[in-house]
Design a protein. Structure first.
Ligand code: F6R
Length: 586
């Protein structure tokens, strides 16, 4: 939700623009840039995707100081007025902000009474108007004391050669290069510019130039932070011949699996797993949002099968309302691709405050969630650029499988190696042909039993988020309890069947749909006879694997179905409307 970047060095415009492209996954409602050369500001703003900003920019290949921002609108519509950067009333101070200022209305009211004029409706403009014309540490301290909410702020002034910053509950990092210094919401922006970076903590604020970094902590004490080495392997910038990142990333599931197999055999990783095994707990909670929550459901099914203790999977934004019994004996596993999801982060704090043993599974070892957990298990999927999560889901489930087997004392390497050999991404022609039909429908249902119901939920989420087709996932057995009222010939139902033991029951439910004129589509790994096949209007078959990996095998084809359907509808699957990849607001 919004990405910010600040840069001090040469070629400011083009380097900031590259940073914006790298941050675009955080929102693409509008973008903007301000450059300071001498004591002048040049500003660029455009609504829409970052590409729209490019033609407005006049490249000046000399040293400068600049800020840039890509927006996911929260307060105020998508307009040039609401586009960052925002300026102090005198116009001498410019800032970019990621986060939400909860008391902005009250602050705005006071400022209006003092005669300040507002151009737009954002909470961020309120912060800008709180600055007087002189930007210095005292002013910054005074302003941040007034703010309630989350913020990653980068601020420049016509009268200073520093970039000022402040962080609370939104991610912020400083990148240190030989010829430049940077600040950004995500250290992936530093690749090619810096070889080390500093992670800022909540309450930190300060300023930096090319020569020095001065950081104050929440107690207003100057602190020194050890820079960490930047890992270049994470970045994923090339389409490598694919039409979209989403398709590339679906195929990268296999690479993620290979990497997980390699790294999870290492001594260091086994030591981590051993630390977890030695913890004393009598309940397990798996917590995440969206797709990460669905991975948690798969993990819950593994753990319930393996252990004799209670295992619960919870939606992060709901957990605080549930009065759950979370204490020192609760193992709380937080699942998050980005490691920055605000709802998951709040749930983590909630469980930590109750004494829970807080562990994370993330794709970003530098993230806030990974930092706050006592142990972080990386999913090693490499950067996921497409907004819809694909390879991360696959890798999260694999890591949950490994944790389950390690705690149970069962080998996981051999089964994973076997699975790697049997991975089946589905037949493109069959999936494209189905997608071209599906693109004409307005609603779709997914049904399944047991783990297939979890797969149905994930497949349904994928379809709706990138095709805007209404879709819903139902447990097969639940249809007759209400939802079947919606079935007629205009409604395709995708039946997911990978579990032999419950196939007959699922088949009965499918027949109930057929009897009401619904279109039936089967996604299966089972060997089914011709008579059964005839009951369906369309059948997609993928190779059978061992039962634990069935949800992962079948989801690959379902992800591709969503992808091909979006393409058939002429939509951009990588940048669905209204969404952002990293959801850093609650
Ligand atoms: C769906 C999707 C989202 C995320 C959710 C959590 O394709 O990507 O549902 O899974 O926003 O994000 P992370 O995993 O970063 O916490």
């Amino acid at each position: 939700m919004c990405g910010i970047i600040g840069y001090i060095g040469g070629n400011v415009e083009s380097n900031l623009y590259l940073g914006l492209e790298r941050l675009e996954y955080r929102g693409y409602d509008s973008s903007g840039m301000v450059i300071k050369r001498g004591s002048n500001f040049t500003t660029y703003k455009a609504t829409g995707v970052v590409e729209k900003l490019k033609p407005t920019i006049k490249e000046v290949a000399t040293f400068g100081i600049g800020l840039a921002h890509t927006r996911w609108a929260t307060h105020g519509g998508i307009s040039i007025e609401n586009c960052h950067p925002h300026f102090s009333s005198c116009g001498d101070t410019a800032l970019v902000h990621n986060g939400i200022i909860e008391n902005y209305e009250e602050l705005k009211g006071d400022l209006i009474k003092k005669g300040k004029y507002f151009y737009g409706q954002t909470d961020s403009e309120v912060i800008a108007k709180l600055f007087d014309c002189k930007l210095n540490i005292n002013n910054l301290r005074r302003v941040r004391e007034k703010l309630i909410g989350s913020y990653a702020l980068a601020i420049i002034s016509k009268n200073s050669d520093y970039i000022y910053f402040a962080k609370n509950k939104s991610p912020l990092y400083i990148g240190l290069g030989n010829d430049c210094a940077l600040i950004a919401s995500d250290p992936s922006c530093f690749v090619g510019f810096a070889d080390s970076y500093i992670t800022l903590e909540d309450g930190d604020y300060g300023k930096f130039s090319k020569k020095e970094v001065i950081i104050y902590d929440k107690n207003n004490k100057i602190i020194k932070k050890q820079p960490e080495k930047l890992d270049f392997s994470f970045i994923n910038e090339e389409l490598s011949g694919y039409s979209h990142f989403m398709l590339k990333e679906i195929y990268q599931s296999r690479i993620a699996l290979e990497k997980i197999i390699e790294v999870y055999q290492s001594y260091a990783m086994k030591e981590k797993l051993e630390i977890l095994k030695n913890k004393e707990f009598d309940r397990i909670y798996l917590i995440g949002c969206g797709t990460a929550y669905h991975a948690g459901l798969i993990g819950e099914s593994y753990m319930r099968d393996a252990f004799n203790i209670d295992v619960f999977c919870e939606i992060a934004s709901e957990i605080i309302y549930k009065n759950l019994n979370i204490d020192e004996k609760s193992l709380c596993i937080f699942i998050s691709q980005s490691g920055e999801t605000a709802d998951t982060l709040s749930a983590l704090e909630y469980c930590k405050n109750r004494g829970g043993i807080v562990v994370s599974i993330t794709n970003t070892e530098y993230s806030s969630i990974a930092h706050k957990a006592i142990l972080n298990f990386p999913i090693l999927a490499g950067q996921e650029k497409a907004v819809a999560s694909t390879k991360a889901y696959f890798a999260q489930c694999i890591v949950l499988y490994i944790i389950t087997n390690y705690l149970k004392g069962i080998d996981y390497i051999f089964p994973l190696q076997n699975f790697k050999r049997q991975i089946d991404f589905g037949d493109d022609n069959i999936l494209k042909s189905l997608a071209s039909k599906l693109a004409n429908f307005e609603k779709v249902f997914f049904i399944g039993r047991k783990r297939d119901y979890i797969t149905a939920k994930e497949a349904s989420l994928k379809l709706k988020e990138i095709t805007y087709i209404f879709s819903s996932a139902e447990p097969s057995g639940e249809l007759k309890h209400g939802v079947i009222a919606l079935i007629d010939k205009t409604v395709p139902v995708i039946v997911i069947a990978t579990d032999e033991k419950v196939f007959n029951k699922t088949l009965n439910n499918a027949c109930e749909i057929k009897a009401r004129g619904g279109k039936l589509i089967l996604f299966t790994t089972l060997n089914i006879d011709n008579e059964i096949e005839k009951a369906f209007d369309f059948v997609v078959k993928v190779n059978k694997v061992s039962q634990a990996f069935m949800p992962l095998q079948i989801i690959l084809s379902l992800q591709k179905l969503a992808y091909f359907t979006a393409v058939a509808k002429g939509l951009d699957p990588d940048k669905p409307r209204n969404l952002a990849k990293s959801v850093t607001v609650e």
